[in-house]
Design a protein around this ligand. Sequence first.
Ligand code: FAD
Length: 393
Amino acid sequence: MTFLNAYDVIVIGSGTVGLSVALALSQKTALRIAILDIKKPVYHWSSENYSTRVSAISLASKKFLQTLSIWKTLAEKRVSPYRKMQVWDGEGDGSIDFDCEEIAETALGYIIEDDLLRSVLFDKIQQTNIQIIAPITLKDLFDRENHMECVSDDGKNFSAKLVIAADGARSWVRDYRRILMKTWSYHHIAIVATVKTELPHQQIAYQCFSAAGPLAFLPLQDPCTSSIVWSQISSKAEKLLMMTDEDFKLSLANALHHRLGKILSVSPRFSFPLQMRHVKNYVQPRLALIGDAAHTLHPLAGQGVNLGLADVDKLVNVIVEAIRKKQDFSSVQVLRRYERFRKAENFTMLAMMDVLKNLFATEMAVIKQLRNKGLSFVNQCHILKKFLINSAN
Ligand SMILES: Cc1cc2nc3c(=O)[nH]c(=O)nc-3n(C[C@H](O)[C@H](O)[C@H](O)COP(=O)(O)OP(=O)(O)OC[C@H]3O[C@@H](n4cnc5c(N)ncnc54)[C@H](O)[C@@H]3O)c2cc1C
């Protein structure tokens, strides 16, 4: 041991969720906070290009980012609202159109580049007392009588009353603490890229479902530029990744049924194997898991960051309330309040994604027919559509 750094809260992971929880806690409490990350935070956002990784941010997440006082900065730099959404069955005639006017809003949500969101959060954190310690590789996480102790591979020790694990889908904390998790592969690989199209997107998000997987076009600020997330069964995705740009552009335009005309250009493509993960317990004494460390789901409804930010909001409220009542904010009794709320809500969303993915993966003619009729029925039903929009928010 070379030295001991004592904090009230240590956040492990400086992704969107880790940065958000540290910032929210620093704004609402006087706790001493440190963020530890295995990588040095480096962001590549520039207004000249669009980053390939983007997230569809819900209205609830927008409200949360407003409470962190970063929405204005994001909006000044670049957020791309989508006002409408067209969802259709690529193997039938069923479709649903969503419109922000149905919920009396000016947008259904916003497309934000991941690097931009993280860099704005990071800049805001620079104005606080939060310490960012990175790069650092942790090798042990011990329970001591009144605190947790993190030990790095070069012998540094850090202590905190509470450790928040926000270290992503392959969470080291989750593995080290042997936290049980339900997990399976979706047998899909998501291909992401930025594309220019012949026709303007008119701030409409497009999502086409086919048996091999869903394709989403997310409108960016430029009227003819969209970010795509094309999830396909692994064998098909591998073929798409091997294609020349010309062949890929043709396949993509076909898969979107030419709703945006020809694909004029495509950026380098990146791929992500998709896996469902959900931990059995979100909390232990002096430890809470949030964001992808606690759950990952299919990106077909673009909910990963949104669920992570909802975790942050709940956990921070529970901690603030405990401090106000002079309770031990790191006790398992307090942390369970966070788990109770978030586990049920996240489970519902994870289950819905599974139902949707399997509903569209089926080759059974009867199910296909029912599915198309169902989509058309929902499309006629204003109340049901409003309910669906509100559930995604
Ligand atoms: C193709 C695709 C499209 C998506 N689209 C959307 C969308 O439209 N909308 C949406 O809401 N979500 C979307 N998601 C999900 C979203 O990207 C994730 O849910 C979100 O990025 C998770 O954030 P996080 O901060 O929990 O984890 P991460 O962003 O993974 O951050 C984890 C952090 O922990 C650090 N770390 C890792 N290991 C260690 C360690 N051992 N020690 C210390 N630090 C460590 C990492 O360096 C990183 O900084 C999508 C996902 C995919 C794959």
